[in-house]
Design a protein around this ligand. Sequence first.
Ligand SMILES: [Zn+2]
Length: 453
Amino acid sequence: MTAIDHGRCPMQCIIPPYMTDHMVEHGDEETRRRSLELIAESSNVRGQREVRASIPQVSTRALTIGRKQISIFDAQGQRSTTSRVRRKTESDPDTGDAAVDDIYRGLDAAYECFLQHYQRRSFDDRGMLIDATVNYGQNFGNAFWDGEKLVFGNGNGKQFNRFSGARDIIAHEYTHGVIQHSAKLVYQGQSGALNESLADVFGILIKHFSDGITVSESDPENDDSKWLIGVGILMPSVSGRALRSMLRPGTAYQDPVLGVDPQPDHMSGYKKTDADKGGVHINSGIPNRAFALTARAIGGKAWERPGEIWYQAMLQLKSDAQFVDFANATERYAGEKFGFNSKEYGAVAAAWSQVGVKLSRQLAGTRSLGSAVGADADFDAIIQRVAEQLGKKLVEVVAAELRRDGALLLREGDAASKPVISKKKVAAKKQSPAEPVPTQKRKTKKRTAKKNS
Ligand SMILES: [Zn+2]
């Protein structure tokens, strides 16, 4: 049997530790006891997860390749994630146990959305087995990804309903599995908040995908009902609508026992804290809002273009990525895929600006433009300056013009002393007598021409 540190939850739990702490301080006797039970349990599961992540090749799951394989196991009220009581796979009819059947459908929706729209097969993109444990513990008020499977309690009976009832929560935990096998975002500080935010983003997208929900900029500004995480898991006695609001972070709940939703909606409210792994469930409100704003501005099915931009940007992240790195990645992908004058690009750039994340403009578009002209980073920077003033198409024309004029061959001496190529200089160069072209540069030019053919 494996015990978990649920209270401080070093795993990727849906209920953050500050909420449990508040319940201990302000709950009634039973709530305090159940919350303290969670905190008192301790284990080395976090270590186990890290070991698993570092040696995925020894996991039988990681080695499994191919078709969709979802299995739901029943812990039968035990606090064990290793139960082998299998209740349902794809070939079985519904069991009549809502926890089992809902989790199965939720995982199926998550798998299909990732496959159909982002061409990703299971967590690892190789068809890794998808296992979930339900009916975990007695009055267990949390749900989590343990590094290998999803685990769901049925709520503490006081503040939380069973977690398997919320499809976005199921998809949130599924996405933690995807992140573990892709960006591997460190679960601390801003990279941890990105980890949490991406889990919310794909959690809500998969809910939209399975329920056919579309979004629009004309949706009432103060109506965030399409953007709430965990609707239905709060008991009626709780004063709140959900765990989080992606569109209006900080407004989801205000309750004597749970406390007040602490999420900021702008970088000006960024919380520097040692708690909650540096605020991973708190500051995630900032990128959450950026996504909701982007999806509303693009309009329609949020799991399509907005989801694609977020997914592809995630694949480019390093494990210690900060908000600005992710913002740049989304902007770059949107520009390259849809055009730097497109609605999609404009929506992404405006959304990050609205939440106070400043984009590094010099990065936008440089990679594909650079490869398109076979140039190096210095030339990319020149192209980028032009790109900021003009659109991508015009830039390509200018790039072709520069190549024809041999402007690429201006790269002499060290980079710092190099002049910026202006239209004026290009014109002047046209008029100047022909200069000898160094041999090495001839080669570069030749290679470039070949590449583009
Ligand atoms: Zn999470």
